[in-house]
Design a protein around this ligand. Structure first.
Ligand code: B16
Ligand code: MG
Length: 223
């Protein structure tokens, strides 16, 4: 039976819905460039780094962009995104998440943040959950983005916990892949069709609970 020693959270789409702000900022940029972009396309971008997201969007265009133009476009999206996240407050915590994070802390389980976002520190400060996280991986120091496991493996290392004793929580398909590649137990939040590789899929964060998680893990063990 796997004993949970650490829980490692993704940020966007798990702790808060900045995914919506990323969507709005990319949508504005795509509109400006006359590139079609909708919420379904945006699903693929969740969890991907800023440059990887931009590359996917620009692939939809017939035009070619120089490296300098791409840098400027990524910067423009980020400036818009940073404006949007000024509004983030503890009211933006997703349902049940703070309660779950507190439950986990009280159980003596270590916690970490494995976000691909270079704005993660700002967001968790605005949400006032910094004290519920024992470690935060600096996305700027991670070389390979999700689906590579690097960001989750780094968080586990920083916590001093073997990855086999970690649970990762993600809303994105690329993130679930990263958790599985790290050798962790994966909880997926969202639609089964995007998150089929997760060990446990729940429709939204209000379903998070330490007891249900432990029960699911023990069920999986018996299966
Ligand atoms: P930034 P996560 C990811 O955060 C987002 O899901 C993804 O949409 C975004 O492109 C990426 O962060 C980079 O964010 O532009 O702020 O560096 O889900 O890994 O917490
Ligand atoms: Mg996410």
């Amino acid at each position: 039976m796997m004993e949970i020693e650490a829980i490692i959270y993704d940020l966007d789409g798990v702790i808060t819905d900045t995914a919506e702000y990323h969507y709005l900022a990319w949508k504005a940029l795509a509109d400006e460039l006359n590139i079609s972009f909708d919420r379904s396309f945006n699903e693929q971008l969740k969890g991907l780094s800023r440059v990887d997201s931009l590359e996917l969007i620009l692939q939809q265009s017939h035009q070619t962009y120089t490296a300098e133009e791409k840098r400027q476009l990524a910067e423009k999206k980020n400036e818009h995104y940073q404006e949007l996240i000024q509004k983030v407050s503890p009211n933006d915590l997703l349902p049940g998440v703070e309660l779950f994070m507190k439950e986990v802390k009280q159980a003596g389980i270590k916690t970490g943040l494995a976000s691909a976002s270079k704005n993660a520190q700002t967001v968790i400060e605005r949400l006032q959950v910094t004290n519920l996280l024992d470690t935060v991986v600096d996305a700027a120091k991670v070389e390979r983005g999700k689906p590579d496991p690097e960001v989750f493996v780094t968080a586990a290392k920083q916590l001093g916990v073997p990855t086999a004793h970690c649970v990762g929580i993600e809303d994105a398909s690329s993130g679930v892949k990263a958790i599985k590649a790290a050798g962790m137990y994966a909880v997926g939040i969202g639609k089964e069709k995007y998150l089929a590789e997760a060990d446990w899929v729940i429709p939204d964060t209000s379903h998070l609970g330490l007891n249900s998680l432990e029960m699911k893990i023990s069920e999986d063990n018996q299966a």
